[in-house]
Design a protein around this ligand. Structure first.
Ligand SMILES: [Zn+2]
Length: 481
């Protein structure tokens, strides 16, 4: 008996020893670079940003509501505000509204860099119009923030890029590498006329880039639990997108004498089964990188959990599954977004349909998920088909060893004081997903600190964010070698 207790104790000690060893020896991956404080924000730059917000460059799903005028006026505003950019860079207009700029570099043997941002914004929901503190297209400055639709998504990036370029041109600066700017006009509705067309142009011209950077991650003090430093989240991969249509056909009839099961019953059971059986949780490469970069910067017990992620997988899974954001990072998600059946209160409908939206984890192909869905529903009466052709597979993962990642990582540390950086899996979709054939190294990062109201009410970004964003892009362009 005594021997057994000793044996158990000894194994426990060895176990604790291994975990502690792995925790203590997990390497710190943060690059040490001297911070270069951002200069003060100029009134000029701020006025330009405010004016940019005043153009309601709205993308609607319903194309009948779309208006060209704001896009044309926005373009004229850019031409007037950034004269050197329009004198010295080559500008092409793609699909009438998307803007493609080329800033010729000194060394044509180097592959170019591509910076992306989009001109369009999402609409203001009619029901929320009077809930806004400031008028959404006024560009008001209040409480240290600039308010309005498009401030965070994504005009801060577009204006920061052009503002920095104009400044550098006024110093007669020329980058070593060629740099392209791609400013799409339909990102919010899939980028089919903008980013897709520009990517095709690059492909046709056989241009391969060493770096593509688009919106996505941010600098945050709030969003990463278990760490008390600001974290710069650099998206190195992006989830895929797919919607499926579920339809059930079953003889309807009068509601006074219903069958045991109706089309509505069968459909709702399928939806409940799908929601109750989540897809398998996985730590994909970008998530593993996230843990390797942040673990050593965290306190106990988070550092221990991240350093031994394999061992603590079920614990991490459980914790992450509790919130919508956490859950989305570790698995493919499914949620019904449209449901339709019935026309009259006393008629049992013959047809019931639902649209279910999926966000695909890298490694979970759309075909694999479709077969999984059929397996989970396990009911031949529910016909599962593709809702539309707006399907994109999850992206590849950009290596943390790539020039793109190391460059952006060091520029973040130069621009922001006391920040740690981490690669991560982006849940949303960006225009850069269309550039898979143009570059191996695609990153999703906006150099702003905790923006508020993304796609919602009171969208705003701090003046500090704008100051740092300008500084980040200026340093980025200066170091395009
Ligand atoms: Zn956006």
């Amino acid at each position: 008996m005594k021997k057994l207790i000793l044996l158990v104790l000894a194994s426990l000690l060895i176990f604790i020893g291994i975990i502690s060893f792995k925790t203590i020896t997990a390497p710190h991956l943060q690059i040490k670079i001297k911070h270069n404080p951002a200069p003060l924000l100029s009134d000029n730059a701020l006025h330009h940003f405010q004016e940019a917000i005043s153009f309601p460059t709205i993308s609607y799903n319903d194309t009948l509501q779309w208006k060209a005028e704001p896009f044309i006026q926005f373009r004229q505003f850019l031409e007037k505000t950034y004269p050197l950019v329009h004198q010295k860079l080559n500008r092409e207009i793609v699909s009438n509204y998307t803007l493609l700029y080329k800033w010729q570099g000194k060394d044509t043997t180097l592959a170019p860099f591509i910076l992306m941002a989009h001109q369009d914004v999402v609409p203001i929901e009619t029901a929320t119009q009077n809930q806004w503190t400031c008028q959404p297209f006024a560009g008001t400055i209040k409480d240290g923030y600039i308010w309005g639709r498009g401030t965070t998504d994504d005009k801060i990036n577009l204006i920061s890029i052009l503002e920095s370029t104009e400044k550098l041109l006024s110093e007669n600066f020329q980058p070593t590498r060629t740099v392209y700017f791609v400013f799409g006009h339909d990102e919010e509705i899939g980028g089919k006329q903008g980013a897709v067309k520009v990517a095709a142009l690059f492909k046709q011209r056989k241009i391969k880039a060493d770096l593509v950077m688009d919106e996505g991650g941010i600098v945050t003090k709030e969003k990463v639990p278990g760490i008390n430093k600001a974290v710069a989240l650099i998206g190195t991969a992006e989830k895929g997108y797919m919607s499926l249509l579920f339809s059930v056909n079953k003889k309807g009839g009068h509601s006074s004498q219903p069958d045991k099961e109706t089309a509505i019953d069968i459909l709702t059971k399928a939806l409940v089964r799908l929601r109750e059986n989540p897809f398998e949780a996985k730590f994909v490469e970008a998530t593993q990188d996230f843990m390797r970069y942040l673990g050593p910067e965290m306190n106990f017990p988070n550092n221990m959990a991240f350093a031994n992620a394999g061992l603590f997988k079920s614990l991490i899974d459980k914790n992450y599954s509790k919130t919508g954001t956490g859950n989305a990072m570790i698995r493919t998600t499914a949620v019904p977004t449209i449901i339709n059946a019935g026309i009259k209160d006393n008629v049992i409908p013959t047809l019931a349909t639902a649209v279910v939206n999926f966000r695909l984890l890298p490694g979970d192909s759309s075909a694999h998920i479709i077969s999984k869905v059929n397996e989970i529903i396990n009911d031949k009466r529910v016909i599962v088909s593709k809702f539309d052709d707006n399907i994109s597979e999850a992206s590849r993962t950009t290596s943390v060893k790539s020039i793109a990642f190391t460059r952006v990582d060091s520029l973040i540390k130069k621009s922001y004081a006391h920040v740690v950086s981490a690669p991560f899996l982006l849940i949303g979709a960006t225009d850069s997903r269309h550039f898979a054939d143009v570059s191996e190294n695609i990153l999703k990062f906006s150099p702003m600190l905790d923006p508020i109201g993304f796609h919602g009410i009171d969208e705003r970004v701090s003046l500090e964010s704008f100051r740092h964003s300008l500084w980040f892009f200026e340093q980025f362009l200066r170091s395009c070698h």
